[in-house]
Design a protein around this ligand. Structure first.
Ligand SMILES: O=C(O)[C@H](CS(=O)(=O)O)OP(=O)(O)O
Ligand SMILES: [Mg+2]
Length: 239
């Protein structure tokens, strides 16, 4: 099996995703939020790039919830922000959600050439591994990053995915960035929460009061659900 890690949205080459299982990571916070929403009973999350597009969905169907952020904050007129802690069962059960965020939902949109596109994070890491192994396809792991640049939290999650894939397949072949992220993860694994808190995004989010989000997003295997893109919508695949 081949498994490459792509450092940021900027470096996605659509033709290199074809035929692969594409795992899109945005630990802080889009893919953590999507995973939480589906684990808590949402029937689907539609990732869109713009606020305007999100509002069009709700105009057509008043039952849809709008979620997302700009500059980390809930968007005016939206039902929810981009904190996984807002997406509890009482709010999202049986609801469809349209989500727009600065990085993660864009990365998902840019990955649609993949044969199967799934949303990965620390919260659902083993379920994602099981999904990839059962798919028996080569893997591309997309780090959403921040504003087209690499983010450590996404790289470390990619490193853990590579570590788990190589445990399952000792002949796994990776690109150089994947090898580097695996080494980085192994070096920092014992202090994951602290590393996330002191990352660029972690420090920024702590300053504006999202410390609890970071601690939550650092948890491993909280859920066994894999968000999988079916047409426009991410729907839950459960193990
Ligand atoms: O709100 C978030 O978690 C971030 C905001 S920012 O772009 O890092 O300021 O968005 P995301 O798309 O989830 O990375
Ligand atoms: Mg992010």
């Amino acid at each position: 099996m081949l498994a490459d890690v792509i450092p940021s949205i900027n470096e996605i080459r659509s033709d290199e995703l074809q035929g692969k299982t594409v795992m899109v990571i945005d630990v802080l916070r889009a893919t953590s939020t999507i995973t939480t929403a589906l684990a808590n009973g949402s029937s689907g999350v539609i990732p869109v790039e713009t606020v305007c597009r999100a509002k069009q969905y709700q105009s057509a169907d008043q039952e849809i919830l709008l979620g997302g952020e700009r500059f980390c904050k809930k968007i005016n007129g939206f039902d929810l922000g981009n904190s996984p802690l807002e997406y509890g069962t009482d709010i999202v059960k049986d609801k469809r959600i349209v989500l727009t965020t600065t990085n993660g939902t864009r990365a998902i949109q840019k990955s649609i050439k993949g044969s199967q596109v799934i949303a990965a994070c620390f919260l659902n890491i083993d379920a994602c591994i099981q999904f990839a192994l059962e798919s028996k396809k080569d893997v591309a792991i997309v780090c959403s990053g921040t504003q087209d640049r690499f983010s450590l939290e996404d790289g470390l999650c990619a490193g853990l995915l590579i570590q788990r894939l190589s445990e399952a397949d000792p002949k796994l072949v990776c690109n150089d960035f994947a090898t580097a992220m695996r080494a980085a993860y192994l070096q920092m694994a014992e202090h994951l929460e602290e590393v996330l808190m002191s990352s660029d995004n972690g420090r920024r989010m702590c300053k504006i009061g999202f410390e609890a989000d970071i601690r939550f997003c650092a948890r491993l295997n909280e859920y066994s659900v894999v968000p999988i893109l079916n047409g426009q919508m991410l729907t839950p695949y459960r193990f």
